[in-house]
Design a protein around this ligand. Structure first.
Ligand code: EPZ
Length: 423
């Protein structure tokens, strides 16, 4: 347990290298369950969530090594398909091992994910999709028990373009030899395209990722698959917003710029100057931003995972901005904390109305979830005076080497360990 101590204001300046994508690594690691031979996955970020997924694969009986960004995984000799609750409780994405396990081994038991601070996180689309594919699902005592009965071809239409449900059903369908599965209203995030590339490396016939219709003809052909994870667009967007919000100047390196087109459009509208050169984006800003009206939407719309960070940036805009959160309607726990730093934000339904103020002031604040805590880090660099960000562990779930990366940009940031039980 510990907290960040950050002194502001600072204009962040310099270069930042982007790591591999957390939200591509997790589905690819879960999909490694379906391989009959060794897989090698490169550019995997060293994050708490990645380590939790690796612990889950090890609990299944798979051999997993993780060194300097490369994960090597060998199949389980005698698999255990009853995933420990304490691992699933830590990370909702763990639920996505249910389908690959039951498809490959005939049965699986995984805890239902709980809620979390960004709102209710149901898995009904996952369960109804698996049932359409012929799996028998029972839910009891907070666990989902799945059995492979008469699996069959299915056309699954998702009620919403759910990232997790799309990935879960793609991976499960990939195991069903010779069976055709179609997923309609699929999510179109770049991480889904990355998962498709990995499944193709396992010999699966799959196409359509990145569009709303994905077609899979199941069948894993055992060959040693190797895959390199795409850069993390949300990490990249977080640093881009941090440089702009602190009126700094810097280069974001090793990203895929077109994965963030919606963010670039809004930053330019706010007055930020951007220069693109292959996998580098140069950012500079020398004034308070113009106000914006943002509608969060599934990809390629403005990402919900950058909503809190953008709210910190707009808290000092020269006017009134609106952010409508259309994915997780109650993803606003960072609002009270930003208010403690002087931000003027009102909430009505799922819209945040942000009246820009001259500046923020440093304060002790509380991190509630991964991206909310990232927003508070940005606000602390913007603010006059010193801030403490408590429950900061959330940040280590999704931002590799964050302290070093912000220090390289001139940020004054320290992590203070707190010995929980000081006698
Ligand atoms: C993924 O979560 C990401 N996590 C989230 O990033 C991201 O915010 C989210 O997609 C949206 O982009 C990972 O990839 C590991 P969804 P996921 O299913 O899959 C509803 C971060 O900070 N829904 O696309 O859980 C759901 O309630 C995290 O890195 C159902 O109703 O999100 C939401 O309103 C936070 N039933 C909408 O769909 C279901 O069965 C989109 O959720 C599934 C989802």
């Amino acid at each position: 347990m510990g907290y960040f101590k950050i002194d502001g204001p600072v204009s962040l300046e310099g270069d930042v290298e982007i790591s591999g994508a957390k939200n591509a690594s997790l589905p690819v690691l879960a999909a490694s369950i379906i391989s009959d031979s060794k897989v090698v996955i490169k550019n995997v970020p060293d994050l708490l969530d990645v380590r939790t997924m690796i612990d889950i694969l090890r609990s299944v009986g798979m051999e997993v090594s993780f060194n300097r960004g490369t994960v090597e995984i060998s199949p389980a000799a005698s698999p255990n398909t009853d995933v420990p609750y304490e691992l699933v409780r830590k990370m909702r994405a763990s639920f996505n091992v249910l389908g690959p396990l039951v498809a490959k081994y005939g049965t699986a038991k995984v805890a239902l994910p709980g809620g979390c601070s960004i709102g209710v996180r149901p898995v009904d689309f996952h369960i109804s999709g698996l049932e359409k594919m012929g799996f028998e699902i029972e839910i009891e005592h907070g666990f989902v028990i799945a059995k492979k009965k008469n699996v069959k071809s299915a056309r699954i239409t998702l009620p919403k373009p759910s990232v997790g449900a799309t990935e879960h059903l793609m991976t499960t369908a990939s195991v069903l030899d010779g069976i055709d599965t179609v997923i309609e209203n699929a999510a179109m995030e770049p991480e889904i395209i990355d998962l498709q590339e990995f499944l193709k490396e396992l010999g699966v016939e799959i196409e359509g990722a990145g569009t709303s219709i994905i077609r899979i003809k199941g069948g894993v052909k055992s060959k040693k698959a190797q895959h390199t994870i795409i850069p993390d667009r949300i990490e990249a967007g977080t640093y881009a917003i941090a440089i702009a919000a602190t009126q700094g100047k810097g280069r974001i390196k090793n990203l895929v710029p077109e994965h963030l087109n919606s963010l670039w459009e809004f930053l330019e509208e706010a007055g930020v100057s951007l220069k693109f050169n292959e996998n580098i984006v140069e950012i500079s800003m020398d004034e308070r931003p113009s106000p914006l009206n943002i509608d969060v939407a599934p990809y390629p719309g403005f990402p919900t995972d950058l909503q809190p960070q953008m709210m910190a940036f707009l808290s000092i805009s020269r006017g009134t901005s609106h952010i409508r959160e259309n994915v997780f309607h109650s993803r606003f726990l960072h609002v009270d904390e930003l208010r403690r730093m002087g931000a003027k934000i009102e909430l009505s339904d799922s819209v945040a109305i942000i009246d820009g103020v001259e500046k923020l002031s440093g304060a002790p604040v509380n991190g509630t979830d991964l991206r909310a805590t990232a927003a508070l880090v940005i606000a602390a660099f913007m603010a006059e005076g010193s801030s403490e960000i408590h429950h900061v562990e959330h940040i280590f779930r999704g931002y590799e080497n964050i302290i070093e990366k912000f220090k390289n940009l001139g940020g004054r940031i320290e992590y203070i360990e707190v010995n929980e039980y000081v006698d």
